[in-house]
Ligand binder design. Structure first.
Ligand code: ADP
Length: 213
């Protein structure tokens, strides 16, 4: 199965994408996590994209699309995948559609996580992440030493989770990614999923919607 996971910043794409991929035995790619890892490691790509991530801007297509295509080429499509964070614009959707068509493939579903803006802002102001096991949650859930409740590694806020940055990411989402959601709706692939319930419930809704249970 090939699934796209779409949604505004802090809608839970990372958490749900990983869970979904695990439940269905699919590969998983988060373009955002891949970019953040490159920034942390100060790779040439990381140094190039850091300014965009710090501002909450999308990175240019000519940087992200070749990375995506590379990943697709390296992961045989028969295994199936969940893509989290790509495509984020109509031109990216066209690049992905073209690659799929050239390989006589298609996506099965585009899952769109729906969370009201106010709730997203709440989430972002207390969101913490574990760089080690990718657990993501709220500050109050951390262990005594501000460690990850799942694996015990030090957890921290994401560098791009400031209010200003969030507003910019949200604005980019409405401007560039909503049209992508409409595109997949028009071709009959869209599954909208309300995503304000607890993580496990949202995970179950997604799984049922894609026919995994
Ligand atoms: P969120 O959805 O909460 O913004 P992500 O981890 O998905 O978090 O993305 C973080 C950042 O990575 C984005 O704000 C953007 O700068 C960059 N990014 C990720 N995927 C793409 C993409 N497909 N195109 C452009 N920029 C991207």
């Amino acid at each position: 199965m090939r699934i796209l996971l779409l949604g505004p910043p802090a809608s839970g794409k990372g958490t749900q994408g990983r869970k979904l991929a695990e439940s269905l035995g699919l590969r998983y790619l988060s373009t955002g996590a891949l970019l953040r890892k490159n920034v942390e490691r100060k790779t040439p790509l990381g140094l190039e994209v850091e300014k965009y991530l710090n501002r909450g801007d999308y990175v240019p297509d000519d940087l992200i699309t070749p990375i995506l295509i590379d990943w697709l080429e390296q992961h045989p499509p028969e295994t199936g995948w969940v893509l989290d964070g790509y495509p984020r614009s109509l031109s990216q959707a066209q690049s992905l559609d073209a690659w799929l068509a050239a390989h006589s493939l298609d996506i099965h579903f585009a899952v769109s996580l729906e969370v009201p803006e106010e709730e997203l802002l709440n989430r972002i102001s207390s969101r913490v992440e574990c760089p080690s096991c990718h657990w993501s949650g709220q500050f109050v859930q951390l262990n005594a030493n501000s460690d990850c409740p799942k694996c015990g590694a030090p957890a921290s806020r994401r560098a791009d989770d400031g209010k200003e940055n969030f507003h910019n990411r949200y604005q980019k989402f409405t401007q560039h990614t909503l049209p992508v959601i409409n595109h997949y709706k028009a071709v009959g692939k869209l599954i909208p999923v309300p995503a304000t319930a607890p993580k496990e419930e949202v995970a179950q809704s997604i799984l049922s919607a894609v026919g995994g249970t």
